[in-house]
Design a protein around this ligand. Sequence first.
Ligand code: NAD
Ligand code: UGA
Length: 313
Amino acid sequence: MKVLITGVAGFIGSHLAEKLLSENYAVIGIDKYLDNYPRRFKEKNLARVLNHSKFEFFENDLAGLNLRELVKDVSYVFHLAAQPGVRSSWGDEFIHYTQNNIMATQLVLEACKESAVKKIVYASSSSVYGDTDDLPMREEGGTRPVSPYGVSKLAAEHLCYLYWKAYGAPTVSLRFFTVYGPRQRPDMFFHIFMDRLRKGEEIPLYDDGEQTRDFTYCADIVDGLLGAAFYPGAGEVFNLGGGTESSLLNVIRIVEGLSGRKAKLKPFERQKGDVRHTRARLDSAKDKLGYRPKISLEEGLAQEWRWIQTLED
Ligand code: NAD
Ligand code: UGA
């Protein structure tokens, strides 16, 4: 059976590709090596799968491929390609978010709308909820993003819904909550924090460090993606959180404990686009997708810390 993964050289896409290849799927991967972070990280992400006999890689922009042709004999599409940073989505940068998050999603949906694809799983984001006191965040609750990135992810989610409504394209959107673990993007907090901790450098801490996230380990996200692919329904949205809500300061304390190092924190003001708290209601993903996050925050942080120490300077 064949699957297509967009954004395959990225943090989450590369973990998903490894999992699917290990389960004997043939994987078509697309990634244009967007410059949101250095190409060397993405090449390394793909190193384990690139020469796999069942892996076919297209180093292309989604806009530069005949996607209709590519999805012809594909059973599942995992659409992860995106411009993913929250705080960098303002101003002149927004055009990259409209192109890579909204326009690119529409191309994927157009290609799939009259195909035999059984499921199109779209990687949405907790950022669609915005800054709310209505916690935990519920799929049926309000969405009012506070970053241009969140707006673009929500727009693409709406596209997934309307291609299901209009064409019966079997889409499912998954709202990931701050994902971490080995290969985490170098613009994300745990990566920056741990890399600087290992080098003895100052760590930029935005806001007061008491902001919280429902941090989700990458392998749990991969399980959720598979659960969504095999789910018989469509046209729905599910939260995928880790069930491990924590403040940044708590994370810093845990990593200080397991590394035996002391973090040198440099405070900065709260950044535009940041939400104060996220917490996922997981009942729906548990009931319908069989989703069960398994990795505790302590265990996941230990895995990421181990990986960070393998990086070159
Ligand atoms: P990532 O940047 O590591 O991976 C995304 C990949 O998509 C990149 O390698 C990039 O080169 C590729 N890409 C972007 N636009 C493309 C295009 N037009 N054509 C071809 N390739 C393109 O990001 P990630 O953290 O792995 O995130 C994967 C997905 O999950 C994204 O859609 C992101 O919005 C979503 N998400 C991530 C998180 C998180 O915490 N990492 C949380 C919520 C949602
Ligand atoms: C993350 C991902 O980066 C997004 O792609 C994703 O869509 C989003 O989760 C989501 O859940 O939807 P974010 O929660 O902002 O976004 O994750 P980080 O970039 O790791 O930031 C976490 C917190 O650390 C934020 O409050 C941020 O302000 C803070 N931070 C970040 C710092 O204090 N210092 C830094 O150097 C970087």
